[in-house]
Design a protein around this ligand. Structure first.
Ligand SMILES: Cc1cc2nc3c(=O)[nH]c(=O)nc-3n(C[C@H](O)[C@H](O)[C@H](O)COP(=O)(O)O)c2cc1C
Length: 424
């Protein structure tokens, strides 16, 4: 059979396109809606879980540093206990576990508002067990009642909130949008500051963030810790259902498909790509930059609150049709210099930003803006993979302890009444 030149070229292009597509599927750039690593999003929006499991279904969709998902949930008769998984760590990128706690705070936030979808009042206690600091929260559900709050207006945003790492339009926010972003309750130790990207503070924030990105990219230990959470192949993504991927890195789908043809990036190459993306895309196309500050960023309770605040901000942005991305290079470098005991250059520089409150330190940095296209979902472990032992064990022990205390009290009372013999 003889081929015309045009046929041959067409076939070659077709074969190349197929090869790109195969590699793109292989690297998880092209994903199918039935992918097991994305099913958790449909589980929540399709309301596949009921009772306390529905809360877990919303909690695990929260943002977490490098998508580490550092949580475990124990379902009890009255609600859900939330535990930290310290081994889901970011090493030198988060040496004090401050960001890990912020991720947990995000999950707690989603669960609290998800309780309104069940028509039940939720009481959240942070760090309920002084003997187990890994037990970060207990969420107790009241019995369904007519006095329960109506569905929270941010409920629909839980399944639509995605970190957007692409280029945006740079168009400014309206004063109403800026006011709406800041309109939520937070404890007095936590504050939120927004800087218009073109303002003096905004430009200084951008310059410092770029400098911090360069410092991280040049720090082998930080880049190695970051690289550990990059999932290159579709097989790794489906197995782990966590971490970062090319598909959510912010490159255009065509570029991502082309990049999928290349061998996986190493940590140093990732650092170079990240530095370029920060300089050429993230910083110049934002509408506003922002900081969440805390009187003590390393206090466990306040670190949880910083995460609660970020989750709330991102859900509000989503409900307003805006997009958002954390840009935590500055707080990460502040922690790194604190860990190494070197001159706290970045801490001093951020403290000197115009408008930054002298009583509080930065703990979370971000950008918010407008984009032409929404971002896609990132990987998640589903409810079945994040509940149960060993967290359940912690919960049962605590309950057993409480029950024993009641029995002890009964025993003492009966002993005092002189009828100890009747005690079963
Ligand atoms: C404490 C914390 C720090 C984060 N820092 C960054 C960051 O510096 N840059 C970034 O692009 N995303 C950052 N993220 C976003 C996470 O990578 C993201 O939440 C995770 O990959 C899951 O994706 P999703 O938010 O789209 O669901 C951070 C999230 C949290 C909670």
């Amino acid at each position: 059979m003889s081929l015309s030149r045009r046929q041959a070229l067409g076939w070659t292009a077709g074969a190349a396109a197929t090869l790109v597509a195969v590699r793109a599927v292989d690297q998880g750039v092209i994903r199918f809606s039935d992918s097991p690593a994305l099913k958790a999003w449909d589980d929540w929006t399709g309301r596949r879980h009921s009772g306390p499991l529905a809360l877990v279904s919303a909690g695990l969709l929260a943002a977490s540093p490098h998508n580490t998902q550092p949580w475990r949930f124990a379902i009890g008769r009255l609600g859900v206990d939330i535990f930290e998984e310290p081994e889901r760590d970011l090493g030198a990128m988060d040496p004090f576990g401050r960001e890990r706690l912020a991720g947990l705070g995000g999950a707690i936030h989603n669960m609290a508002i998800a309780s309104t979808a069940l028509g039940r009042l939720a009481t959240v206690r942070l760090l309920p067990d002084p003997e187990n600091l890994g037990h970060v929260a207990r969420l107790e559900l009241d019995t369904p009642s007519r006095s329960a709050p109506p569905p929270h207006p941010l409920l629909p945003a839980i399944g639509r909130r995605h970190t957007h790492r692409g280029p945006w339009t740079g168009a400014p926010l309206t004063p109403e949008q800026t006011a709406a972003l800041l309109d939520f309750p937070r404890p007095p130790e936590i504050a939120v500051q927004l800087f218009a990207a073109g303002s003096q503070a905004g430009q200084r924030f951008a310059a410092l963030t770029l400098e911090a990105t360069g410092a991280i990219a040049a720090d082998t230990a930080m880049m190695a810790a970051s690289h550990r959470w990059f999932r290159h192949s579709r097989a790794a993504q489906d197995r782990h259902k966590d971490g970062l991927t090319l598909a959510t890195s912010g490159v255009a789908p065509m570029m991502a498909a082309a990049a999928a043809m290349l061998p996986p990036m190493g940590a140093a190459q990732e650092g170079r790509y990240w530095l370029e993306a920060t300089r050429d895309s993230h910083l110049p196309t934002a509408s506003v930059f922002g900081l969440i500050t805390a009187t003590d960023p390393w206090d466990r309770r306040l670190a949880l609150h910083a995460g609660l605040a970020w989750q709330r901000l991102h859900l509000i942005a989503t409900s307003l049709g805006l997009v958002a991305q954390p840009l935590n290079q500055l707080p990460e470098m502040i922690d790194r210099q604190r860990q190494l005991g070197t001159v706290p250059r970045f801490a001093r520089a951020v403290d000197a930003l115009p408008g930054v409150d002298a009583a509080r330190r930065p703990t979370f940095a971000f950008r918010i803006g407008r984009a032409e296209m929404p971002a896609g979902p990132s990987l998640r472990r589903p409810v079945s993979e994040v509940i149960g032992a060993p967290a359940r064990l912690g919960f049962e022990i605590e309950r057993a302890r409480a029950e024993t205390a009641i029995r002890d009290a009964q025993l003492m009372r009966r002993l005092a009444e002189g009828n100890a013999a009747s005690i079963p």
